[in-house]
Design a protein. Structure first.
Length: 374
């Protein structure tokens, strides 16, 4: 695959209302303060990690995200494809409207395709596509956007992803016994008890050109669906191993060249087991540096492929990644000390989703002001 630059980007999440501040908070090990909700099934509290409450509608927030990414006024976008990747759609706003009206009206719902069409019309994109492939939605958006640029169909691609807080997600994950009762998000811990959901809005502009402050080059990646189960992937890690290896092949590099693996790490029993086994198939016991980001963002579902990638890349530009405070107990060899890697390190980022849709990306970070990355 011909490398594609992540030229400009923006992120609003539980760690901060812009990418720079979120990365600084991560460096400081400043965990976000979640807010409780009651899980109806068992009448127990659970925790959700909200982004800053701004009073904006979803439409207004997405416009602000695009303005931060593209600049105001933006360049002409008639050569740029918009890809909107999400699992939350307009559910949060629809839930609020249903509560206000004391009932649901199907005509109030705005499909993801309609939302993407509205953004295309307001901003002047050449075309708009949508993706909803569970936790791999945004990762697949980056892959498809890069492929369409390399195929010469578009000069640029804007990948926009978001995950909004909704009762249906909170209660649904809780009913599946996937949310943490302890409120501790500890992927790969022997006593992990599930995930914390999180809110995020993320965008990245892709092109062959690096722009004035590139975050990274997307060197390759791979995505495939494991159909051995309706809900998850094989716990022996075989499919995950294959996806990671295919991603490395597409980037023209080996597992040994990777400086850091950003793990998916949901802290659910089956997913962590499958990813642990996949990593051992790829690396044995000699693994590169490992990173976890969901404890800091929450699981941002359809947005995690972009929210986690952007946060990782920006943090590496600024300095060290935080330590894992339970490293000595974990199922994989995490560092008990902050990890400082070169900003231009080779990264393998994993996103392994509900329904067995698995994706891995190979990224090379760009140091701030590094002319070699251009």
């Amino acid at each position: 695959m011909t490398p594609i630059y992540l030229q400009r980007a923006a992120l609003h999440c539980a760690l901060g209302d812009d990418l720079h501040h979120a990365a600084q908070a991560l460096q400081r090990g400043q965990a976000p303060q979640g807010e409780p909700f009651v899980l109806h099934e068992v009448q127990e509290p659970r925790t959700y990690l909200y982004a800053a409450k701004t009073g904006e509608s979803l439409s207004e927030r997405l416009d602000r995200l695009l303005a931060e990414t593209l600049g105001v006024p933006p360049q002409t976008l008639d050569d740029c494809l918009l890809i909107v990747a999400s699992t939350s759609l307009d559910i949060s706003e629809l839930e609020a409207l249903t509560t206000e009206r004391q009932g649901f009206c199907p005509d109030d719902s705005t499909s993801l395709n309609m939302l993407a069409h509205q953004l295309r019309q307001r901003w002047g994109f050449a075309a708009a596509f949508t993706l909803n492939t569970a936790c791999t939605s945004a990762a697949n958006g980056l892959l498809y956007g890069a492929r369409l640029i390399n195929a010469g169909q578009y000069a640029r691609t804007l990948v926009l992803s978001f995950e909004t807080p909704s009762a249906i997600a909170m209660q649904g994950f809780g009913a599946l016994m996937l949310t943490s009762a302890s409120g501790k998000y500890r992927p790969f811990h022997p006593e992990r008890d599930g995930l914390l959901l999180g809110e995020a809005y993320a965008a990245a502009l892709l092109s062959h050109e690096p722009g004035d402050a590139p975050l990274a080059r997307l060197l390759g990646g791979f995505s495939a669906c494991d159909t051995s189960s309706l809900t998850t992937t094989r716990e022996d890690g075989s499919h995950i191993h294959w996806v990671m290896q295919q991603a490395l092949n597409s980037a023209g590099c080996s597992a040994a060249q990777i400086n850091l693996v950003k793990l998916h790490g949901t802290a659910t029993s089956a997913n962590d087991e499958a990813e642990s086994n996949g990593m051992r198939r790829l690396y044995g016991e000699q693994m590169p540096a490992l990173s976890l980001l969901k404890p800091w963002l929450g699981h941002t579902l359809g947005a995690c492929g972009l929210s986690e990638s952007l946060l990782l890349l920006k943090t590496l530009q600024l300095g060290a990644l935080p330590a894992v405070d339970y490293a000595s107990e974990a199922l994989l060899p995490f560092s008990a000390e902050p990890q400082a890697l070169a900003a231009d390190s080779l990264l393998l980022t994993n996103f392994f989703g509900f329904g067995g849709n698995n994706a891995s990306l190979v990224l090379q970070g760009c140091a701030q002001g590094d002319l070699a990355c251009r």
